[in-house]
Design a binder for this molecule. Sequence first.
Ligand code: GDP
Length: 286
Amino acid sequence: IQWFPGHMNKARNEIKEIMPQMDVIIEVLDARIPYSSENPMVSALRGDKPVIKIMNKADLADPELTKQWMDYFEQESGVKAIAFGHDKGAEVAKVNELCKKLAPHKVGADKQLKAMIMGIPNVGKSTLINHLAGRIVAKTGNEPAVTKSQQRIRLEDGIMLYDTPGMLWPKVENENSGYRLAATGAVKDTAMNYEEVASFTAEYLLTAYPELLKSRYKIDELPEQDWEFVEMAGRKRGCIRGGNQVDTHKMSEILINELRDAIIGRITMETPAMRDEEEIMVAELR
Ligand code: GDP
């Protein structure tokens, strides 16, 4: 993944500038990759500001793992997490409530509580902002990195919501994170090699969700290797080129698209244990 240092520095400086005024940080994560969709700047710049984690796109994620992650965040750092799916109606009030609970000194008739919403592109920040505001104030789009200017939105209860200035980037040090970001659609398609991402994905799914793979691709006995799986599923799906060869590129695209749309099932690509392990690995490489 290519991220431009110029953009990063600009975003960092702008966030640094407004951070001191903020009372609460709302960090939006993709519930399917709560580790890889973290933005390193949130922990680097927030100081001791309280954080609320939003596990967004929870409708696509494995509910059991979403719960595990929420418990993990709370035990690990006392951070409250809220899961949000496509239907955000009922949960919206919880964000306001939590903000007020975390910054009680900013609650009152003549006071203003400032909250900044942070998250990597395409994680669903704009959609969430629109729900919190109860009206369309932010442009949404399925393409990562829709450019937006900074916005302030007045919510109920004297809460002022700040959209992050500039663009935030995901973890770049961890190769696995790169694959998971690509698999879930956080990275633009032009930047990814479908076959590599599909192999990585298949390897994970073969151990983590074998039953879902069997049922979606009508395979009674799964192979051990990811590439064997792509071949097998490709045959089942009729992805065949000349000479009766499996068109692995085509099958790779199918696998990734069906993962992204949760057609295979509700899948989460990482667990809290994986996060702990990979953080150690990344620290050793530094
Ligand atoms: P932003 O770049 O972080 O502002 O992301 P957007 O708000 O533009 O959302 C990116 C895409 O994710 C859009 O296609 C949204 O419809 C979709 N999206 C947002 N929230 C959810 C959610 O909770 N569930 C699902 N399935 N899709 C969502």
